[in-house]
Write a protein that binds this ligand. Structure first.
Ligand code: KG4
Ligand code: ZN
Length: 336
């Protein structure tokens, strides 16, 4: 009960974000600085630049959050920060800041699993689903179907054997000469593509199981791009983007259906950056209506990286007895 207001700190990749979650009230405020423009010129995230920018931005963002919410350091009961997975240097910036803040304020701190944050983000919305549920986690670094029995009780039903879903979007975007991040760029170009022009595989859907593999899809796009000599042809690029998005969305939808059938669960949550994809949401909504299950998404701002989900996950963990006050080691690779 004393841990009612939790400050969340997220610095695992190229977003510096801070937020406050309050018991019974929800997110009181959240502030985010995206480095996406700094990295776009390099076609992907440059780890050293990310760390340096987190150092520059983090203190100012916390000041901005406090100004916005009318809170001060004294109003914070605990600090939650992203321990991993993520870029080591980037994580260490958040770890050092969060631990120092908690020490100065004499409040507990907890290092949160980034993907647990994503997984719990849909529960920040009105009318959150109860557990048990199935979670589709689709981000730039992870693609997993998780059976969720309760907080911290996660069973991996399937995951990507190679590229993550977001990574597949990003790499395919690069092939098509689209900017980073690739997901939104492909979605925009796909809107101008024609159905039925190009047929791409739905990897690993013919055999049983809930694992994914997306690297072959990327290669199929490469062949298609070269064979059609479509590099200069704008319509052809749009057709490829359309076909790629359909193949991705189809594959994800098929595996979600399998996971729900396998577990007997009637609730699906979708989280992570790729969960922002409008076509994916449309297809999952259709499936849910037909099969009679409910599907829940975070609002778009909590789909991609943010600190609201970290504050919330930290709040739940701390009040379930978690906490690791003096520990600020990061875990760049950390299984869920
Ligand atoms: O969860 P997230 O913000 O960061 C990680 O934890 O990785 O996910 C970022 C990923 C990127 O690969 C980006 O291309 C993808 O999410 N993404 C999308 C969309 N918005 C972001 N992919 C498909 N459609 C989108 N609308
Ligand atoms: Zn993420």
């Amino acid at each position: 009960p004393d841990l009612g207001r939790v400050l969340g700190i997220e610095t695992s990749c190229d977003e510096t974000a801070v937020a406050v979650y309050a018991a019974g009230e929800g997110i009181l405020g959240h502030v985010l600085h995206s480095q996406v423009d700094d990295h776009a010129v390099y076609g992907g995230v440059v780890p050293e630049l990310a760390s340096r920018d987190h150092v520059r931005k983090l203190p100012g963002l916390v000041a901005e959050l406090f100004a916005q919410t009318g809170l001060s350091g004294r109003d914070i009961d605990a600090v939650a920060w992203t321990r991993g997975p993520g870029l080591p240097g980037a994580l260490m910036v958040g770890a050092g800041f969060a631990r120092s803040f908690a020490w100065a304020a004499q409040v507990p701190a907890i290092g949160v699993h980034h993907m647990e944050g994503h997984l719990l983000a849909p529960l920040l919305e009105p009318n959150p689903p109860a557990m048990p549920l199935v979670a589709l986690l689709v981000s730039g670094g992870h693609t997993q179907l998780v059976q969720v029995a309760g907080l911290g009780r996660y069973h991996i039903l399937g995951e990507s054997l190679d590229d993550a879903a977001g990574e597949a979007f990003d790499k395919t975007a690069r092939l098509l000469d689209l900017p980073y991040p690739g997901g939104p760029a492909i979605a925009r170009l796909a809107a101008r593509g024609n159905p039925g022009e190009i047929d791409l595989p739905r990897p690993m859907t013919k055999r049983p199981g809930m694992d994914f593999s997306f690297s072959g899809l990327k290669t199929a796009v490469l062949h298609c791009f070269r064979e059609s000599c479509g590099g200069a042809n704008e319509q052809r690029r749009a057709d490829i983007a359309y076909a790629f998005q359909e193949a991705m969305v189809d594959t994800l939808t098929i595996k979600c259906r399998r996971a729900l059938q396998h577990t007997g669960c009637r609730r699906l949550v979708v989280a992570g950056g790729v969960g922002a994809n409008a076509r994916l949401r449309e297809r999952l909504d259709q499936l849910a209506a037909g099969d009679g299950f409910s599907v829940h998404y975070p609002s778009l701002e909590y789909c991609t990286d943010n600190a609201a989900m970290i504050a919330y996950a930290g709040y739940l963990r701390l009040n379930a007895g978690g906490g690791d006050n003096l520990d600020f080691t990061v875990r760049p690779r950390w299984p869920l």
